[in-house]
Each structure stands twice: as C-alpha cells, then as structure tokens.
Design a protein around this ligand. Structure first.
Ligand code: MN
Length: 300
C-alpha cells in the first residue's frame, strides 16, 4: 500500500496515477496541530489498516496530479540520519567532509535532523535568501519505523520497518578551514528534508538492499547507485540506533547518501527516484525574506 498526505493534511491511498481519500480512517487528520495523526496511525496499524481498506473501497479516485503532496509522516517523533554510507561518497567528500577519515556509521554513529525540516513536493526546498554558501542534495532511502524498537538485533530489525520513502537530505556544506558549524544546524533549515511522495509499506518492497537510488537535477542524472552498496544496511542501522535510544512508530531514518552529491540553486527541479518506492520532484527556491543571520561563504 502507498500512503500519502495531501492538501490540508488529508490522507490518501495511491494506486497508479490516482489517489483515494481515506482521511475518515484517521480521526485526527486534516487541520489539528501538531499533525501527529500518521505517527498515531502507524502505532495502531493493525487496526487502522482494516479501516483504511474499508474507506478505500467506498472512495472515488482523484487525479494524483491535482493534489498537493505533503511529507507522508508530517510529524514523526524522531528524524535520524546516517552519515556518509556508500564507499564512493566517502572518497569524494575528502577534506570537505566532517566525516573523520572515511569512517562509516558503524564507527561514527548517527545524527539527528530537526523533524521541522520535513517538507513535500507541495512546498519544495527553500534556501536562505541572500546566502552565498553551497547547498547540496543527498539522495537517500528512508526507512519508516513501524513499532517501538529498543535493543533490536539486526536479524530481527526489518520486522520493525513499517515502510520506505524517498528522502533528500539537503545540506549546507562546511567551508574548509573557515566554518565547521554543527551538522544538525546545517541540515535543519526549514524544508531541508523532502520526504515522499508517499510511504510504501514494507511488504511491497521486500529486501531494502537491492534498490536503485537515483537523483536528477533539471533532468540531469547526478546520483546513480544501488542500496546494495550501502556500508551499513537498514537492519544494522536499526540495531545501532536502537542500542542507543528507543525508536518509535513513525520515526524516519535517512540511510545515507551515495556518491554524486552536488549543489542546488533556486530554480532547480530535483527528482529522486528509488526502485519499488517511488519518484518525487521538488522545486528549489529562496525563502521569501532574508534571514537576519546571513551564512556567508567567506568571513573577514
Ligand atoms: Mn545525508
């Protein structure tokens, strides 16, 4: 099943190029803040799924192209991310990376992004107006947690996955020898985590370690990899993270980017395509206002 959130926080089931409004199965959808209805529904999925199927059977199709897609879980408890996680990407980062000496998540661990950085195709990515810094795309498979996970062994870990989604980990790069700001800040600008276009449930994906992972900027292929080349796979990431903290239903794990990262600028269209998951295009623009704290490429 492909589950999307659209327009004013409505919930839909996507089939082909149609979406079916199943909001009636989500009592707290559409309007209430914070929009925790999807987190709640994933936690109670055994019951909610039957209600979704019942509502779906009565629903009329809507053209998918006519709705505004929001992140499919707009308010997870946690948004967790792996650092450089494909061997070629670590090599290309070299001295630009804060990743120490090419170590992976296995040695370096994971980091957090603000959940408030989530966005969908309806809004896209907004770069801070007036900044002269470099902002990059990172094309990542997202795993969405399905049930509370603590100290889960890797051989059991995929039982804890609800589904998968496409995730762009937008990032303000450090300026070598000048600025090495905290990673959480550089990756947590509002709209720096496009997620979508839907969550596809894990039963439709199977093994997450054999999926092509591609990203295009204005139609030009920038990243072209396969999740089999991840250094620390989804199951081992869950083992690692759940050894530190409890993972909750609806939590989003960004599993790290392959090689081919590159800059994005206002006016770009960025498309992420992950096999058996989906394809999502987001526009890049500038924020409406110039922020009072300007991030500059070089400082006096
Ligand atoms: Mn990343």
């Amino acid at each position: 099943m492909k589950i999307a959130v659209f327009d004013d926080y409505r919930v839909g089931v996507v089939e082909g190029d149609q979406i079916y409004d199943v909001s009636a199965a989500f009592p707290n959808a559409s309007g209430a803040w914070p929009p925790i209805f999807m987190t709640q529904a994933i936690a109670d999925w055994a019951n909610v799924r039957a209600q979704v199927e019942q509502v779906r059977s009565q629903a009329k199709p809507i053209a998918l192209s006519s709705v505004k897609l929001l992140p499919p879980n707009p308010c997870p408890v946690q948004l967790i991310a792996a650092p450089a996680n494909y061997r070629k990407h670590i090599a290309e980062m070299g001295a630009m990376s804060v990743t120490k000496k090419g170590r992976s998540a296995r040695e370096q661990g994971f980091f957090m992004k603000a959940t408030s950085s989530l966005t969908g195709p309806a809004r896209g990515i907004e770069l801070p107006r007036g900044s002269t810094r470099r902002f990059d795309h990172e094309s990542e498979l997202a795993a969405i947690i399905g049930k509370t996970a603590r100290n889960v062994r890797r051989e059991d870990a995929l039982d804890y996955v609800f589904g998968y989604s496409c995730l762009i980990d937008a990032t303000m790069r450090i300026v070598k020898d000048v600025a090495e700001e905290e990673r959480v800040m550089r990756k947590s600008f509002d709209t720096f985590t496009p997620l979508g276009p839907w969550i596809v449930t894990a039963d439709e994906v199977g093994d997450p370690q054999g999926l092509s992972n591609q990203l295009f900027v204005n139609g030009e292929c920038r990243q072209d990899a396969n999740t089999r080349d991840m250094i620390v796979g989804v199951a081992e990431l869950i083992e690692l993270i759940s050894s530190v903290m409890t993972l909750y239903p609806g939590d989003v794990i960004a599993t790290g980017t392959p090689e081919g990262i590159g800059p994005i600028k206002p006016g770009d269209k960025v498309t992420i395509r992950i096999e058996r998951v989906g394809e999502m295009t987001v526009d890049v623009r500038e924020t409406d206002t110039v922020p009072p704290f300007l991030f500059e490429a070089a400082q006096a």
